[in-house]
Design a protein around this ligand. Structure first.
Ligand code: HEC
Length: 145
């Protein structure tokens, strides 16, 4: 009995500590300047971008007269101050334009990593989460290029 109680208390302490660490991580990574994706994830996203997005948005993500760019000023002009959750929903629900809803959550997160990498936001050590709710916490800063 005492053992069980001790074990339970230890578990609670661990959970509380984990929650604390979690909050700190979120606080540090609350914007796209905080290293919110990994290089490996951006590379997966780049390969997928070539297949599914480049035909319209351009190899260099610059877009054209009709199709918006996904890099640099052309991108942040529309997205700065919004969250990665908004961007996630936009891509997940409406892109690729001729086949919306066809991307998996992981593919959408990988594509966002590629978009962030192209605009020179720094990479970090943890993959961007493939969940809109988690991404709502991350604000989009001014692009670095
Ligand atoms: C058939 C052409 C086409 C393809 C393929 C396509 N898009 Fe788009 N995309 C558009 C058009 C047109 C718009 C502008 C209209 C709109 O926002 O829906 C757009 C808008 C966007 C936007 C919003 C940009 C802004 O600043 O408002 C994002 C983000 C985006 N696309 C991402 C992607 C990604 C990622 C892919 C690949 C999975 C992709 N698109 C594939 C045509 C395309």
């Amino acid at each position: 009995m005492t053992k069980t109680v001790t074990a339970l208390m230890a578990t609670c302490a661990l959970l509380a500590a984990a929650a604390g660490v979690h909050n700190v991580l979120y606080a540090q990574a609350a914007s796209t300047s905080g290293g919110v994706y990994t290089d490996a994830q951006a590379q997966r996203g780049a390969a997928l971008y070539k297949e599914q997005c480049a035909a319209c948005h351009g190899e260099d993500l610059k877009g054209n007269d009709i199709i918006p760019g996904l890099a640099g000023q052309g991108f942040t002009g529309n997205w700065q101050g919004k969250s990665l959750g908004d961007l996630y929903d936009k891509i997940q629900m409406t892109m690729p334009a001729l086949n919306p809803g066809s991307l998996t959550p992981e593919q959408t997160a990988d594509l966002i990593a590629h978009i962030l990498s192209t605009s020179k936001y720094p990479a970090g050590t943890t993959d961007l989460a493939a969940k809109a709710e988690a991404l709502q916490q991350i604000k989009i800063d001014a692009a670095k290029n």
